[in-house]
Design a protein around this ligand. Sequence first.
Ligand SMILES: Cc1cc2nc3c(=O)[nH]c(=O)nc-3n(C[C@H](O)[C@H](O)[C@H](O)COP(=O)(O)O)c2cc1C
Length: 211
Amino acid sequence: MADTQEQIVTVGVTGASGAILAQKTLVLLEEDPRVAGVHLVVSEAGQRLLTEELGITSGDIKQLPSRILGHPVAKIDVLPNKDVGASIASGSYVVDAMVVIPCSMGALGAIAHGISDDLVSRAADVMLKEGRKLVLCVRDTPVSRVHLENMLRAQQAGAVIMPAVPAFYHHPKTIDDLVTQYVCRVLAQMGLAQDKMYRWMGTPASKKAEA
Ligand SMILES: Cc1cc2nc3c(=O)[nH]c(=O)nc-3n(C[C@H](O)[C@H](O)[C@H](O)COP(=O)(O)O)c2cc1C
């Protein structure tokens, strides 16, 4: 693991398919000793996807992290998406890295065009203007020209575009294997490389050819 200490991170969850990716991200961040705090912001559609895909119902918003993880949490606090005056809406409040996971094409469009009318898009806007790490785990398929142009625009503004596409080279046996490897790659982008991330070292054949 990298030796980064005491990171503050923001996790935005929007209404694209892949609520399980948000859940795994929060599990790994909660467990990570390098992480001091996690600000969680869930859009209305993001909450709907948590319910549709994981059966996690809305209710007292403060209890949402423990409902997502299935046990009490120590580091994750929830900020309402409508609260554009929350700490993370200002560049003077230091957040080390932010991920939007999953990131809807709507949220991508808002971020790519600086439309900061909710906390997810404003917090992302702040990360870009402050030159801080922002990872967008976009998901939809197929993608339109609008989506592609928005990805390019966000990437050129400093975001990392990390489509929610699993890898297979680590021979996954379960959905959790697919999800964990993807989320580990996302966390590595945020400066929080995980020991459990599979690292491709080349095939025996290509190694022989190198010798
Ligand atoms: C079950 C379900 C699945 C969806 N999947 C996607 C998706 O994979 N990608 C996407 O961009 N939008 C998807 N949407 C549409 C978004 O939720 C919708 O555009 C929403 O307005 C996004 O709002 P948000 O960005 O504020 O979360 C889905 C909606 C539902 C109800």
